[in-house]
Design a protein around this ligand. Sequence first.
Ligand SMILES: Cc1ncc(COP(=O)(O)O)c(C=O)c1O
Length: 501
Amino acid sequence: MTFPHAGAARPYLFNDRTVEGYRRAMAAGTERVADRIRRADRPFSGVSPERLAPEIAAIDLERPLHDHAAALDELERVYLRDAVYFHHPRYLAHLNCPVVIPALLGEAVLSAVNSSLDTWDQSAGGTLIERRLIEWTAGRIGFGPASDGVFTSGGTQSNLHALLLAREEAGAAPSRLRVITSEAGHFSVRKAANLLGLGPDAVVTVETDTQRRMRPAALARELDRCRRDGLVVMAVVATAGTTDFGSIDPLPEIADLCARAGVWLHVDAAYGCGLLVSRRRRHLLDGIERADSVTVDFHKSFFQPVSSSAVLVRDGAVLRHAAHHADYLNPLRMAERGIPNQVDKSLQTTRRFDALKLWLTLRVMGPDAVGELFDEVVDRAAEAHALVAEDPRFEVVTRSPLSTLVFRYLPPDYLRHEGPGRKLADDANLYAREALAASGEAVVAGTKVDGRHYLKFTLLNPETTMDDVAHVLDLLAGHAQRYVDDLAPLADHSEVTHVHS
Ligand SMILES: Cc1ncc(COP(=O)(O)O)c(C=O)c1O
């Protein structure tokens, strides 16, 4: 343990006397990241937790380095070298987008100024900027002037917030409340139901069609059944961009059914919200304007850094259900005087000014440019689908209207061995994904469809070319076939052979 002399910590405080140190530290950090990005020839080093954990554990947090450059050198070793780089064109795994530079500028500014958007007296213009962006997003959705909303930490919180409002509006005993979503809906709906104290059977899933969209007829049946059983459907959650398939539930038909049944419609557009700024595909979201609440994740399809999300409501008055007035922070008299305290609407108290990233993005690039980037990845996914659909090595599930591709490698003799063949196909695909990640040459995701293991691309990088896609498919096929030829005969097939890097 070191005992610095009195005042030794003062130069680290950011203020009018330390701006030179701030400039130098930020420039060094920016240079370090720029260098990494310039040199990164693959999205991942392939490091395993076993190899990295001891390096991090060995660092003595009681012994500071007293030097930004030395700390950055260390960071290079324990983080930057082995981080997963979403900007790389062969990162094709989850819903992580590469980020735009104006948003990175926003990130640097917002953390340095460090506004907190709970109250006007901690943010001033930050609050007004967030409000303008909520208004702008609501306008893109097609909501009217009564609409409102608030930025959140992500889609999970946005969904939770929307369902909290729906629960309060429903006003029935929790044990009688039901939430209906499709079998392809996001798991955060279940999490939200749990957090909201609903019963274990509260979330009812209805079947999807071959394109993995909610079947309106199945929803109608479920709404009827709940009514007959004396249950109260507090919300239907439609998904505009399912996580695995990018499918968009038929919003107009679902809105009709919800209107007829007097049920709250929440649209989870965490992924599909990028269409709000698409000039070519905005129509795919038609019907979203009839929702009571909408989740948008700017950190999925607006090329924003994590976190940047919002929940929007058609009728801003419902946000009162999350309001609490604390004497020390946002007393009721402030609301009565019209002082804009966003904490009156938010589940969070201290809250980042994440909206600034989107603000600078819109002010520098404009919405059409963001939409163009998203349109490009949707185009690329369509091309990738065509490529895989014609490739006899693979089987593809559906064609996504957004930018995912769910497929699997089929061993050549798969069809000849019904039972064992299925297991072999599962294990080969699991192995291929792991082996590819361990090589670091590309990162892809995996999921299960109808009980079988599949591989998944989520294309969010306009820099990903069809050559990248074709190359990754070849790599996957190579790993999967190697499993079939060399490893499967050695395995007892009870568990996939794991890859060690
Ligand atoms: C459709 C959908 N909704 C909600 C979420 C949760 O969003 P977040 O990860 O920002 O909490 C996701 C995440 O992938 C998603 O795909």
